[in-house]
Design a protein around this ligand. Structure first.
Ligand SMILES: Cc1cc2nc3c(=O)[nH]c(=O)nc-3n(C[C@H](O)[C@H](O)[C@H](O)COP(=O)(O)OP(=O)(O)OC[C@H]3O[C@@H](n4cnc5c(N)ncnc54)[C@H](O)[C@@H]3O)c2cc1C
Length: 417
């Protein structure tokens, strides 16, 4: 941390910043506050018992045994002590008293704030798309959101076992790849025609489907799960209109739901998440919201978006700190994310719309290509697949009107476009 911040000390009884969360957004917010010279008290209320950590490896390197749990936190437990951040692990904020400006922690315990940051993230969606899926709460049916979830799931990744994954979004497909690497027999089921259909459209979804099939994943696309049953002798059965699929364990990977409840009860404006402006201030100017929970006004796009990605959580954590420090910074960057499946590494930048036209540069069968998405001829998003050091340049191409043939022609120097 900076010398200025190290030199500063908090004054007893002085009001400061309280952050509710304990995920990546919260960690980066408190870190950026101290780095920026904030000397008032900082309290971080975190439900989990873990020092705030990165979730992306939970479905990839951690599950594959390539990254141990102790390497997941961006900042060590010692850092919080040195930075004089009152990190309260295993503590859940129960309510916010907006008129008294304090957070209730259960019983008589509360913590008062000058600024409050809500960074409560998301939880795994349960119960299926129709919310009535029988059996989602049976033993042997798992979700993946936390390190604790990942530890539990990892114990089952034993060669020869049968895993059925319900849902073919990012987490479902990443876990499928990690489980295959451990020799697990994997079936992925989704009512969609291809994986990642909503997020990425059919071109990339078909490519991911082929990648998984060629690595031995059984793909049941276009198939809705009606329920899960447990037979004491035969184990779990995932029920579909075309018959049951036997499973030793099941992963329910059907999306995430924002942990909005505190904000709703506090009377904050709610949309798809907690509605905040471009400085991340909510409808109550003393309260900010960041990360997966925030529906924030993005000045680059001219509208509000809620993003469930790593890069966004980090950057919004830093931006909230800037706002509290009185700096005039805004949410002005384009969404970005990365994934990694069976050696397919990809980075995405932009704001793809469901109806945008996909234009592929390069040969998809080679596994190295770029997809651009265009709306009325204008590039809205781009994704580099197994081609590196180009994403920053792709970011500069968003908003440009470049002819399709020019984009597709690999003889044209990408960096000159
Ligand atoms: C398995 C997995 C893999 C992922 N892979 C990728 C990837 O490859 N690329 C990518 O860009 N993104 C990925 N993501 C998404 C990324 O991790 C999230 O966008 C990011 O973690 C969001 O950070 P956050 O701080 O907003 O919320 P979270 O990380 O969800 O943290 C919120 C924290 O708040 C705590 N909390 C909730 N309510 C309370 C309360 N009342 N009191 C106290 N604490 C509370 C929760 O327990 C949680 O610890 C992945 C996510 C998961 C789960």
């Amino acid at each position: 941390m900076s010398e200025a911040a190290m030199a500063g000390s908090t004054t007893q009884g002085e009001l400061g910043t309280v952050v509710i969360g304990g995920g990546l957004a919260a960690a980066h917010c408190v870190h950026a506050l101290r780095e920026g010279g904030y000397t008032k008290p900082i309290t971080l209320i975190a439900s989990e018992n873990e020092v705030p950590y990165e979730r992306p490896p939970l479905s990839k390197e951690y599950l594959q045994g390539r990254k141990p749990a102790q390497e997941l936190p961006p900042f060590t437990a010692d850092w919080y002590v040195e930075a004089d951040v009152d990190l309260r692990l295993g503590v859940t904020a129960e309510s916010i008293d907006v008129s008294a400006k304090k957070v209730e922690l259960g019983g008589p315990v509360s913590v008062a704030y000058e600024n409050l940051v809500i960074a409560t993230g998301c939880r795994s969606r349960l119960g299926g798309r129709n919310a009535n899926m029988e059996g989602w709460d049976l033993p042997g049916v798992y979700t993946l959101r936390s390190l604790e979830d990942a530890k539990r799931l990892k114990e089952h990744l034993v060669s020869g076992k049968n895993l059925v994954i319900i849902g073919a979004g990012w987490i479902g497909m990443e876990v499928a790849a990690s489980a295959r690497a451990a020799g697990v027999e994997v079936t992925v089921i989704t009512p969609d025609p291809v994986p990642l259909a909503t997020a990425m459209g059919s071109e990339f979804g078909s490519h991911v489907a082929q990648l998984h099939v060629s690595n031995g994943v059984q793909c049941r696309f276009g198939t809705a799960v009606s329920g899960i049953a447990l037979d004491p002798d035969k184990g779990l059965a995932v029920q579909t209109p075309t018959g049951d699929i036997r499973a030793d364990f099941v992963l329910l990977a059907i999306g995430a739901v924002p942990n909005n409840e505190l904000a709703v009860a506090a009377g904050l404006e709610i949309g798809t998440g907690v509605v905040v402006d471009e400085h991340l201030r909510s409808s109550n100017p003393d309260i900010l919201a960041i990360g997966d929970i925030a529906e924030a006004r993005n000045t680059a796009l001219g509208r509000a978006i809620r993003v469930e990605h790593w890069d966004n959580a980090i950057r919004q954590g830093k931006l909230a700190a800037a706002t509290i420090l009185g700096r005039d910074e805004s949410y002005d960057w384009l969404p970005y994310f990365f994934t990694d499946q069976f050696g397919l590494g990809m980075e995405y930048v932009g704001d793809r719309g469901a109806d945008d036209e996909a234009v592929v540069r390069g040969d998809m069968t080679s596994g190295e290509f770029i997809i651009f998405w265009l709306r009325k001829g204008v590039i809205t998003a781009a994704m580099n697949v197994n081609i590196w050091d180009v994403n920053d340049h792709l970011r500069t191409m968003i908003g440009k009107n470049i002819p399709v043939a020019t984009l597709q022609d690999t003889d044209n120097d990408l960096m000159a476009l």
